[in-house]
Design a protein around this ligand. Structure first.
Ligand SMILES: *[C@@H]1O[C@H](CO)[C@@H](O)[C@H](O)[C@H]1NC(C)=O
Ligand SMILES: *[C@@H]1O[C@H](CO)[C@@H](O)[C@H](O)[C@H]1NC(C)=O
Ligand SMILES: *[C@@H]1O[C@H](CO)[C@@H](O)[C@H](O)[C@H]1NC(C)=O
Ligand SMILES: *[C@@H]1O[C@H](CO)[C@@H](O)[C@H](O)[C@H]1NC(C)=O
Ligand SMILES: *[C@@H]1O[C@H](CO)[C@@H](O)[C@H](O)[C@H]1NC(C)=O
Ligand SMILES: *[C@@H]1O[C@H](CO)[C@@H](O)[C@H](O)[C@H]1NC(C)=O
Ligand SMILES: *[C@@H]1O[C@H](CO)[C@@H](O)[C@H](O)[C@H]1NC(C)=O
Ligand SMILES: *[C@@H]1O[C@H](CO)[C@@H](O)[C@H](O)[C@H]1NC(C)=O
Length: 426
């Protein structure tokens, strides 16, 4: 009797290998059933263990854009950028508060992520200094521009002594953060909290925290729904978008996928940090360490200019006059979900983006092999073999006539950081 579990395991493993080898044939019903039994989240199973405490290392690599000619930018010239890093962190994921809801075939959880710096994998130290735009200030300027004259006047007073470029250490820019006196003073005047602890850092408050309450389908009753997000923070919609098409949470969380992958499958995945669901489509057959795979990359439609692809119009929440403030191909706005901060998401170095974005900054060199986002799945089981989520965060820069230091700023999208999240399970 003691031997039984290992025998069962061995059979399961053999079937898995067999299914991989004969994957290009029609999968026999027996194997199909076997796989269907594996891809479900049930308490105690092996799939459950790997799902709960993700054993595979995930490396998150931060590349910061160092502005090397800040004084020229203040005078109206385009910025020159130098990429600093990568600063590499090991990301550990652990699911907590796990609760099964058998009546509707779902499980809910929070996923805690912790980050551990990897000096030996990084190009530089966290003590390196970088010159970057003063994001709290630029954000406030955008807010002030949308206000009435009196409120605007108050904010301008508080911004009077700020520099539009700041020199900080990489640590301060990422997880450690730095205290922003101007925001603290403004907050105590208006009574509005703009930053947690009046501290700013691109990753401040992101260590050892979760990204909200997820509820996903376990796949027990319906294999086709395995891993699909049923709700996030109690709702099947994202509250910040207005249109139903943009609101709807689609797909899985990007770590698990339904089995029996076909080349016409659209891989949707929901990512709270990107404020939306992204869609990947089949690109080609590939291979990860000898195991054949299907490679999926970002559907070009996802980042199309809303003028040409009306489905994307609901992501343009700051339309301006006749949509002139809508992003061009290659970017979308985060204003709606980030307290009106004028941030935009694109692929790194504006890969596949409008030429205008590339032209207005110096030092960007899009390279598909380094900057594309992709996922490789084993077709029968849907197991993720390899993935890279690559995203760049940009801020909308323009002149603000009512603030003396910002009077001549050029109008462009300024890249701040790009993040490479690599998951290689093979
Ligand atoms: C950023 O640029 C400044 C000035 O050009 C330079 O002193 C600094 O070393 C650069 N930082 C990194 C991390 O390369
Ligand atoms: C390391 O950073 C320096 C600039 O800080 C850059 O010139 C160099 O190309 C980087 N090396 C790698 C391997 O990324
Ligand atoms: C899983 O089963 C164990 C043992 O029966 C139990 O202690 C645990 O609470 C269960 N976990 C969940 C998330 O239901
Ligand atoms: C599933 O059931 C739980 C508990 O009854 C409930 O809170 C949740 O909203 C349900 N989810 C869906 C998608 O119906
Ligand atoms: C994140 O938190 C963990 C545990 O609390 C700690 O060990 C680690 O050093 C922290 N990472 C960063 C980047 O601060
Ligand atoms: C970074 O600077 C701090 C304080 O100046 C120092 O204690 C630490 O050793 C430095 N770290 C590295 C890696 O140089
Ligand atoms: C703000 O400061 C408090 C006290 O130091 C700390 O417990 C809390 O985690 C900080 N908030 C964030 C978002 O880091
Ligand atoms: C970008 O620059 C290139 C080369 O200088 C030029 O041919 C192209 O017209 C520019 N595109 C835009 C949109 O300004």
């Amino acid at each position: 009797m003691q031997k039984l579990p290992s025998v069962v395991l061995l059979i399961g493993f053999t079937i898995l290998i067999a299914s991989v080898i004969i994957g290009w044939l029609v999968v026999p019903k027996v194997i199909e059933n076997k796989i269907s039994q594996q891809v479900r989240i049930v308490n105690g199973s092996e799939t459950f263990q790997r799902w709960q405490d993700v054993p595979l290392p995930i490396y998150v690599k931060f590349h910061l854009f160092n502005v090397t000619n800040p004084d020229d930018v203040i005078k109206g010239e385009n910025p020159k950028l130098q990429e600093a890093g990568p600063y590499v962190f090991l990301q550990k994921r652990k699911k907590v508060d796990i609760e099964f809801h058998e009546e509707n075939d779902t499980v809910s959880y929070r996923q805690i992520m912790t980050y551990h710096f990897q000096p030996h994998l990084s190009n530089g130290s966290l003590n390196d200094t970088v010159t970057m735009v003063n994001l709290p200030m630029l954000g406030m300027a955008h807010k002030a521009a949308a206000m009435g004259a009196v409120s605007r006047y108050v904010i301008v007073e508080y911004l009077a002594d700020e520099n539009i470029f700041v020199k900080k250490t990489v640590d301060e820019m990422l997880f450690k953060g730095y205290h922003v006196d101007m925001m603290a003073q403004l907050s105590s005047f208006t009574g509005i909290k703009y930053l947690p602890n009046d501290t700013f850092g691109l990753q401040y408050g992101k260590n050892d925290t979760d990204q909200g309450l997820f509820e996903v389908f376990t796949g027990v009753q319906d294999t086709d729904k395995f891993g699909v997000v049923a709700s996030w923070n109690g709702s099947p919609d994202m509250p910040w978008w207005e249109d139903d098409n943009c609101k709807k949470i689609r797909g899985t969380d990007g770590s698990i996928f339904q089995p029996f992958v076909t080349t016409d499958r659209k891989l949707d995945m929901f990512s709270p940090d990107l404020c939306r669901s992204l869609r990947l489509v089949y690109e080609k057959d590939s291979e990860v360490r000898g195991i054949s795979s299907y490679k999926f990359t970002v559907d070009p439609e996802v980042l199309e200019d809303p003028i040409f692809n009306r489905d994307n119009m609901c992501y343009c929440t700051q339309q301006g006059d006749r949509f002139d403030r809508c992003p061009k191909t290659g970017a979308y706005q985060l204003n709606a979900c980030r307290k009106e901060t004028p941030l935009l998401v694109s692929l790194p170095h504006f890969l596949d983006g409008s030429e205008e974005y590339l032209n207005t900054t110096e030092g960007l060199h899009p390279d598909r092999s380094v900057h594309e986002t992709f996922i490789e799945l084993e077709p029968n089981t849907g197991l993720l073999l390899k993935a890279a989520k690559r995203i760049q965060i940009n801020i909308e820069m323009r002149a603000f006539k009512f603030i003396k230091q910002l009077r001549k700023l050029p109008k462009l999208l300024l890249p701040i950081i790009w993040v490479d999240e690599v998951n290689n399970s093979a």
